[in-house]
Design a protein. Sequence first.
Length: 365
Amino acid sequence: MNRNLKRTCVAHIQRLLICTCIFTLFATIGKASHVQENTETGNYILILNSYNESSPWSNSITTPIVHKIAGIENMDAYIEHLNLFMVGEGNEIFIHVDGKSRIQDFAPLRDRTGVHFLEPRTKVYWAGFSMVESTLRLFAETQNKNFHYIVLISGDTLPLCPISELRTFLHTAYAEKREFISTNPAITFDEANWVRLRHFFSDKSTFMRRVKRTAMKCFMRSVNPYFNRIPPLQKGSQWIAITHRLRDYFFDYLQTNPDYLQAFKYSHGADEIFFQTLLCNSPFADRNADYSLVYTDWSCPGAHPKTFTTDDLYPLSEFDSQNRRENPQSATLFARKFDDALDIARYRTIILGELQNQHNQNPAN
């Protein structure tokens, strides 16, 4: 296929996307960072599809485009879906991108109103204190904003209800002064002892850090003595939702109790213990709902939760509806983990009910 035809097809695709007002970006690139490198030289079109601005039928537009590109020699297409459901209507998103990741991949979001990127970034390691550090920095970024709630979620988390329902739930919860931090099950004796041991796995990204880690193992006590100076430990889900009142209490406590940070600096799994312990030993303990607003399915064997796919949308919707009927005061607002290949049009129809709402507004349809 000649170059003129290629240019014609690409130009047609660009015009189509502009006309449909889907937030997309076309770029000829070597290849997206998450795609394995191809030894052959070729052209690639990256389509960034914004959930927040696209209609429920966006896939019906992007799919023919991908098929058309597939017919062009040495041309491939890749779609990146941007989860921006929660931007707008007074909501803002603060994003910490792992320091080990390519920040360039998030460039299309930098100019979005209500989206803030945390700088400088922290290199985050599983179960390391770096997870607490990045969370504290995110919380600090919200202190000059007039937010009632700060909700901590992961990149593979999606709402289980329309944003209007989410806001209504949190408005009521705020009036009741409720916090949402899971502290169940209680930490066991063996788990507490494991946390008290110094762990140095988080300092392994560079040669000098490996040298430092080895030296610390040789000259520092394995049991961190700072744990003897802090309250009894509690544990729970990392995904917490707190009022601005509790957020400010956290920072006030840490400022007057520096030993608390020192205790967790080299601990294991601090992200599931740090904030839970602070809450349970605070004046806010009796206001805690004691569950996470983020639903996670741990029914699968192994150490990782279930990954929700498109096939799970109907069961997930039925589960959420039943839970809201039977436990209106213990409703979950989000779920994780969602698969990257999730059919977003079906998600918006089944979970958010957008098509149904459109039909209600337009009976002729």
